[in-house]
Design a protein around this ligand. Sequence first.
Ligand code: DSN
Length: 475
Amino acid sequence: MTDFSSIYSQILDAVATVEPRVAEATRQELRDQRRSLKLIASENYASLPTLLTMGTWLSDKYAEGTVGHRFYAACQNVDTVEAVASEHAKALFGAEHAYVQPHSGIDANLVAYWAILNYRIESPTLARLGAATVNDLTEADWEALRHEFNAQRVMGMSLDAGGHLTHGFRHNISGKMFTQLSYGTNPSTGLIDYDALRTAAREYRPLIIVAGYSAYPRRVNFAKMREIADEVGATLFVDMAHFAGLVAGKVFTGEENPVGYGHVIASTTHKSLRGPRGGFVLATEEYAKSVDKGCPMVLGGPLGHVMAAKAVAFAEARQESFQVYAAQVASNAKALADGLLRRGVSLVTGGTDNHLILIDVSGFGLTGRQAESALLDSGVVTNRNSIPRDPKGAWYTSGIRIGTPALTTRGFKEAEFDEVADLIAYVLKNTAPCSTPTGPSKAKYELDWRIAEQVQARADELLEANPLYPGLDLG
Ligand code: DSN
């Protein structure tokens, strides 16, 4: 059996000879993660082989280009690693093409956007002008092409409905490079209203429709999204960063599986998919060549060590045990939601059918920021998040987003998540905003320290019964 304790102790001892503060912060991070109920919906715990794969000399190699077509010499080993990662990604998702170079989710989305612009705008323009590459364009043609890029329209889910910054939000480059119209959710059901989306798309005629979310607790019907995209001549781009693990683990099948419906699909590797921090893009054959232009279009040189870790994580996700894990993530989310509802906690859409839950904390008189801090004091790590049409805005918010991927990796099942629901409800019911001369504070709050300690003690019991990296002992 691999002795991870000895491996990591030696690694950290070596680091400490150069910079002890970094070695100590790394040790402390493990202690902290072991001692908290990690409910951040976008986080997980990668396997130790995946983590170890990132710490090698593959990091030292430049390899701009694609497999077998590099702008640097001596890339044979990075070629192997990238080819293996792509092969696993294609097999795992049943995709026609996989590009595993993106360094993060935002990078993956940028690759996707520029691939779509390249395929839909640049290539036809070059063909029309009889040019082989943009280098053959006159200055005037090139100027006109730049205007064409900037004139394109995108429709994505609005941030407060659960969409992501990269889906056209004005403080992200996607909101600056495209004209955009966001779609929301139905005010009474909280669900995506496909009929309203179809009507808006017919009128708006976007080049791209973005499907996907980071804070929507429900599944998406990608067949319907594709039908709408086809009707208006749009490319369907799916951002599956949050739920890639549920796709890989075959929890989302049929019309809920974006593969086969999205022309281009981008994702991170480190959320429900449980890999290293990074991104990747899947595409149909027609978009493949454009996607492969990601580096140097918007990406720096590929990270060989991270692509290697992606290959390991994809290989892990192809094992049957990953399907058991993914099913448990969804079942645990349902148990957590039911437990919260039973204890009088209000949930956006009234529940969940994916891996995440959005709690509306306004009924407790709290902002999301106060709830996030009070829970953190008690050893429960969450993040504040806007709810649809949130009157408190994106800084204070009225919501808390929680998810089950990380604690499911530790072995939590439905019964443990019911206990977690109890802890969350207990903290929220016992937290109150501080008063100020102008009314209740949006940031300051009161929570009896004895309650916080009591919750941490109950959390400790759950955490000790489900250890993180069992057998890894760093002294
Ligand atoms: N930060 C990620 C999340 O928490 O959803 C997405 O950017």
